[in-house]
Design a protein around this ligand. Structure first.
Ligand code: FMN
Length: 316
């Protein structure tokens, strides 16, 4: 999630779930080809498995960026066809690509030819007035024919040029049944559902409808303990959700290493606000993190001082 997630966030989330597939925020294929590639693709081996999400619409550029991403160790290459921001639209990618299923299919084919890892697409269920099932089905069919390994469906339309990106994640109604229907009609296509999913019960319900998987955005960011709940409920019944202080102890070790390499502590701790969400200690914890942000010289051991604030707690 652009501006929210990064490699530090993924390191933290991995502590909550050993098996969930994590995704990078969208990275412009052109930036990988012409920018600071090493910085953009840097990640810790502990984050694995991680999918790299690309933004772009030029099949050749995307294929090249995909090959570079796969060589850097990413486990999947995903193409963003769901972002509604003006900046992305001006670059002719993101959600407006749903209006060009053949172009996206060409991108998928070229990326597939360039990498061995799965190539997937994340999309909406419609764009502007194109919000009928046939429009969505035409887009999905083109990607299935191009050999897409999975379609990740944010189950609301994107309104381009009228709503802000934030409104585009809240205002258009969620219509999960569109994704259910696609899965019913095309059982061989792997369909992953996204949008407004925030409880283990909801995940179970979607899986009951035949959906192959779910993707969580905001709920996982705000309350990463949900990832641990899902790990136990869906992926590994033997998994024991870590206590908040165990998570923090692991982060102290990580932060020491990162700070030595030039990272600021705040770049890591900004992802920890949800560590004890829903428990009595949440406010004191957030206050502590807020104070930390004002101290550019804070080192990893400063975090150790916060252990009593969260000891014995786990985000509910
Ligand atoms: C701050 C923010 C940034 C986002 N950036 C991306 C992005 O880079 N790529 C993407 O596919 N979706 C992005 N999204 C959308 C989410 O991945 C997700 O599709 C959307 O929030 C709906 O799912 P949720 O209700 O589980 O959050 C972003 C969402 C937020 C809140």
């Amino acid at each position: 999630m652009m501006d929210w997630t990064d490699r530090h966030c993924r390191y933290v989330h991995r502590l909550f779930s050993p098996h969930a597939l994590l995704y990078t925020e969208m990275i412009n294929a052109k930036a990988i080809l012409r920018g600071d590639r090493a910085r953009l693709l840097a990640h810790d081996p502990a984050e694995h498995p991680v999918a790299l999400q690309l933004g772009g619409s030029d099949p050749g550029e995307l294929a090249e960026a995909a090959a570079i991403g796969a060589a850097a160790g990413y486990a999947e290459i995903n193409l963003n066809c769901g972002c509604p921001s003006d900046r992305v639209r001006e670059g002719a990618f993101g959600a407006c690509l749903m209006l060009e299923p053949a172009t996206v299919a060409a991108c998928v084919e070229r990326m597939r030819a360039a990498v061995r890892v799965p190539v997937t697409v994340k999309c909406r269920i419609g764009v502007d007035r194109h919000d009928d099932y046939r429009f969505f089905e035409t887009f999905a069919a083109a990607q299935a024919d191009a050999g897409v390994a999975a379609l990740i469906v944010h189950a609301r339309s994107a309104i381009l040029g009228g709503l802000s990106p934030k409104e585009n994640r809240e205002v258009p109604p969620l219509r999960y049944e569109v994704a259910y229907r696609l899965k019913r009609e095309r059982p061989s296509l792997v369909v992953v559902l996204n949008g407004g999913i925030g409880t283990t019960a909801a995940v179970r319900e979607h899986l009951r409808h035949g959906i192959d998987g779910v993707m969580l955005g905001r709920a996982a960011y705000h309350r990463p303990a949900l990832l641990a709940e899902l790990e136990t409920a869906i992926l590994d019944a033997g998994f024991r959700a870590p206590a908040a202080e165990e998570i923090l102890a692991a982060i102290v070790v990580y932060a020491r290493r990162e700070i030595a390499a030039g990272t600021r502590l705040h770049s890591i701790t900004r992802h920890l606000h949800g560590l004890v969400t829903g428990t009595g200690g949440a406010r004191a914890w957030r206050r502590f993190l807020g104070g930390l942000a004002q101290r550019p010289d804070a080192d990893a051991d400063t975090l150790t001082a916060a252990l009593p604030l969260i000891r014995g707690r786990i985000a509910a």
